[in-house]
Each structure stands twice: as C-alpha cells, then as structure tokens.
Design a protein around this ligand. Structure first.
Ligand code: GDP
Ligand code: IMO
Ligand code: MG
Length: 425
C-alpha cells in the first residue's frame, strides 16, 4: 500500500508525528516537496526530533529515505541533520537517497529572501527566510539554477557559480544596495557539500518505480499545507511550490494513480505562521490559550503561531483538491478546558453563504465565518487510547467535523508523543 500524508491547513498540522507512526508499516519514506522551511517534529518517549529536510521516517533505522526531485535542498541544513542524527546513534548511510535533479539552496538564496522581505516592510509575506522562494524562482528561470547533479562536475560548477554570483551581485546592489559576495566562499562551500553528499545522490524516480514494481510500500510525506500551495492556496501568502497532494506526482515522478490512500492531517483548531488571511483567527484570549496549551511556536523559526477555531470550509477544500480519503486530527488535547468550541461550517461573503473555500484572497478577505457552537470538555484526555475513552463532548466534536468535512477521522492526537495517538479501526 502506498500512502500520502499531506497537510490540510497552513502547515504544522502534525505531519511529522503521523508519518513517524505510519513509517512502521512502510519500506520507503519520501519527501516530495518544500525545503528547509518545513519543520516536522517526532516525539518518542523523552526524545524530540525536529526534521527539516530528512523524511520523518529517518528515525526508524530500517526505513529507506528519499529526498525527491522537487525538494529544494539546503546542503548545509541537510548535512547538519545527518550529523545530528548520527550523534544520537541514528545512521543514514546506505538508506538515504537524494534526487540528482533536486535543486540546491545556497547562501545567496537566503540572502535574497531576507533582503526582499526587509525591503517589503508591511507588505512582506513572512517567509521562513530559508531561501525557498529565490531557489524556486531560479529553478523556473533555469539559467542560474544549481542542482544536486552539478556537484558531480566541480570545475564546471565553479564556472557556473562565477556567472551566478556576478549576476546576483549586480541584482542585489541595484535593488537593495547590498555589498557584493565573493564567489570563492560559495565555491568552497559547494566543494565540501559535494564531498559529503555525493554518496547519497541518485536517480530517485527510477528507484521509486523499482520499489513499486518489487511490491514494496511507499509513504509520501508532504511538507507545508494545502492552503500554502502556490496555485491552490491563499496566494501570495503561500510557499513557492505545490504543497497540496497535487504536488506529489511532479514532486517525485510517481503518478497519482499509484497512491492507494491519501491521509490529510489537520489540527483540532487552526494555526498559521506568517502573514495572510485567516478567517477563524482568534487574536484574543482564546487564541492565547490555544497557543500556550498547544506550544504553538514555529519548529523552524520559533515564531508564535496565529491560532483560531477549526475551519471546516478550509479543510473540506483541501480534502477535495487533495483526493483525501481519511483525516488524522491532531491536538485534540489542546482544546481541553475550553467551555465552548466554535467550528466554522460556512463563510458569509457579500451576504451569501458559501461552503466552497474561496482561495483568492480578495474574496477570502471578505469572508465572515459562520460558526456552529459545540460544548467543550474538562477531562484530561492525554492518556486515552481508544475513541470510546474520550469524553462524550470530544466524541461529538470529532463526529460533527466528520459530517461537515465529509471524511472519516481515523487518527486522533491526544499529545505530542508517538504513543499518544488514537487509531480508529
Ligand atoms: P508538521 O510540520 O506538520 O510536522 O508539524 P510540527 O512538528 O511543525 O508542529 C506540530 C507540533 O505539535 C509539534 O510540536 C508536535 O510535537 C506537536 N503535536 C503533534 N501532535 C500532537 C497532539 O496530538 N497533541 C499535542 N499536544 N501536540 C502534538
Ligand atoms: P511544515 O512542513 C508552516 C509559511 C511561512 C510563510 C509562507 C512562505 O512544517 O508544515 P517560505 O519560507 O516557504 O517562502 O514561506 O509559508 N510556511 C510554513 N508554515 N509550516 C511550514 O512547513 C511552512 N513552510 C512555509 O511561514 O507564511
Ligand atoms: Mg512544521
């Protein structure tokens, strides 16, 4: 069985935890999109792992890990992660494979990301400053792109980097009055990256097809969330790639038909980091309660996450565009103690009720959430292991969301640990 795990909101839904759990039954785990803007957390007992580029299956020693073609790879971050896991006794030699076609994020991308965001002031997107947008822009622009396969021919790469740095220096000086970068540092860094990462670089598309032909199972790990999708999310407050499950086929060369099940991950409420519309945001005591109780601070940047009520309109949209068969709902425990819970079942736009999410932000900006209010619960649910052990109000909350979204909720998170997950038969 090949399964895709994808975020249904604006990222940080708990994908890392769900992937870690499902990885037990998979031979291969594949990251097919995004870059080090992602931060996926896995908590096993007292150990916490925050992964940015490595698939969340990396923690399991027997799992093969693939970083596919559409991931933009920051070699410094990746090497840091490989070394960090090795320090904790987890080795990736012989089981990590990186696509030769994956594009490389270099220092000038991060610099460009930062310079642009600073220059935009209030208009900024609120990116993670991980160089994601500039690297994808170079990919689409083609002439100044560096891919993992370029590390195989260092003399040729040195010439290319000379051209790129000259171009970027002119651009940064003209637009931002920035000091020039020296090509020597970039070249020297690339020499070190090439040496360290060369053993992992291969044709991952061929590898994945061979894996499927051999009858093995693959778990596809989405990054970001469907509402951050470049084409289908809340543009321009999105990331620079197709982060919904629609990005899977192009992201790794495996057609959508070869995926047997799509599992969408959502929190029992909604969060968002960075700027952009957020109809159910609670910039008040409720939002504060959720942020503190759920430890809602970014895994990658440490920024406080904006918090709000569960938005069933947004999640139903992600489910529809993503062919999602089943929902994994994390952080149900975080809602414990709130007297009443609001669920957004529709939007009111220009006096009309709408249940299809308007991704275009001009219309989304006008959307007023239409809430349904459900009773909360006081009982501690963090030790619950079955659906039946949840308080009736928590069960009703899950059932009502299933009805509105139209998809079964088959996994429920009651705490950050691997073990704190209810799987419904
Ligand atoms: P991802 O980007 O989707 O992998 O999610 P992140 O790792 O960025 O953020 C999710 C956060 O919620 C992490 O700190 C997880 O450890 C934590 N988490 C995941 N599931 C649960 C849950 O069911 N309850 C609680 N309290 N925390 C959870
Ligand atoms: P995971 O995989 C939450 C957001 C940024 C910003 C916008 C663009 O952990 O769920 P970028 O750096 O991609 O150009 O930033 O997208 N963003 C995320 N938000 N979780 C993520 O990843 C994110 N990756 C990007 O905050 O609003
Ligand atoms: Mg995250």
């Amino acid at each position: 069985m090949n399964i895709c795990v994808v975020g249904l909101q604006w990222g940080d839904e708990g994908k890392g935890k769900v992937v870690d759990i499902l990885a037990e039954g998979s031979d291969v785990v594949v990251r097919y999109g995004g870059g080090s803007n992602a931060g996926h957390t896995v908590v096993i007992g007292d150990s916490r792992f925050a992964l940015h580029l490595l698939p969340s299956g990396s923690i399991r020693e027997g799992t093969v890990c693939v970083i596919a073609n559409a991931v933009v790879v920051d070699p410094a971050v990746l090497i840091g992660e490989i070394d960090g896991l090795a320090d904790r006794g987890i080795r990736l030699d012989g089981r990590l494979f990186i696509s030769e076609n994956a594009h490389v994020v270099l220092d000038y991308h991060k610099r460009e990301d930062q310079l642009r965001e600073e220059s935009l002031g209030k208009q900024k997107i609120g990116t993670t400053i991980r160089g994601i947008g500039p690297c994808f822009a170079d990919k689409v622009g083609r002439s100044y792109a560096v891919r993992m396969s370029d590390f195989r021919d260092l003399p040729e790469l040195e010439k290319k980097l000379g051209r790129i740095v000259e171009y970027k220096n002119k651009l940064f000086a003209a637009l931002y009055g920035a000091e020039p970068m020296t090509v020597d540092t970039v070249v020297e860094n690339c020499r070190q990256y090439a040496e360290r990462l060369a053993p992992f670089v291969t044709d991952t598309t061929e590898m994945l097809h061979t894996t499927i032909e051999d009858g093995k199972s693959i778990l596809f790990e989405g990054a970001q969330g469907s509402l951050l999708d470049l084409d289908h999310g809340t543009f321009p407050y999105v990331t620079s790639s197709n982060s919904s499950s629609l990005g899977l086929p192009s992201g790794c060369g495996v057609p959508a038909q070869m995926v047997d099940k799509y599992i969408g991950v959502a929190k029992a409420y909604t969060t968002r980091v960075g700027a952009g519309p957020f109809p159910t945001e609670q910039d008040n005591e409720t939002g504060q309660y959720i942020r503190e109780k759920g430890h809602e601070f970014g895994t990658t940047t440490g920024r406080p996450r904006r918090c709000g009520w569960f938005d069933a309109v947004a999640v139903a949209y992600s489910v529809r565009i993503g062919a999602v068969d089943s929902v994994a709902m994390m952080h149900l425990d975080t809602l414990t103690g709130l007297k009443e819970l609001n669920v957004c079942r529709a939007y009111e736009i220009d006096g009309q009720e709408k249940t299809f999410f308007p991704a275009n932000i001009d219309r989304l900006a006008k959307a007023r959430p239409v809430y349904e209010t459900l009773p909360g619960w006081e009982e501690d649910i963090s030790e619950a292991t079955t659906f039946g052990e949840l308080p009736p109000a928590a069960q009703d909350y899950i059932r009502r969301i299933e009805q509105i979204v139209g998809t079964p909720i088959e996994m429920i998170g009651v705490g950050p640990k691997r073990s704190q997950t209810i799987v419904r038969p």
